[in-house]
Design a binder for this molecule. Sequence first.
Ligand code: HEM
Length: 141
Amino acid sequence: MNICSLVWNFIGAGIFGFLINLPVVSYYEIGTNLTADHAHAAFMGEFGMLAVVSLVFALRQVSSEAHLEKMQRYLRVSFWRLNLGLSGMVVLNLFPSGVLQLPDATKNGFWHTRSADFSSRPLMVVLEWVRLPADLVFILL
Ligand code: HEM
């Protein structure tokens, strides 16, 4: 769990943060899904996972060996589901839809990337729906 927090720090803050940090990029992409992409990967990825690490650490202190043994299976499932769910959100929806919004923002302005006209384009609708399974994996499992 601790390692995944570090990996998400590298991806979310390091890659996706720097990607939107240059003023000329930031001017156009602000508020698009590239922001949400960075925010989810950095915030949930690093600090959300770190909160889960702390919880597991505390549980280890108060649980018996036998109980910890039983917990391992659930922790393993939770580890993979949290990471796969978050990766799915980022890869299937937030990053690609942000990339689609960026050229539209430079051409037609930010307001247009948020309009119903843009959001109802077939590819944007597909990207919105393919996120659903990733969200469900993250939330339910
Ligand atoms: C773990 C560290 C980080 C966390 C938790 C984090 C979290 C966030 C969050 C939640 C937002 C969204 C704010 C909003 O919606 O108004 C944001 C925006 C932003 N972050 Fe980070 N961030 C981190 C590191 C970085 C780094 C290292 C960079 C650049 C090198 C960066 C650049 C930006 C920029 C440029 C925005 C504004 C984007 C926009 O409004 O369009 N962040 N960050």
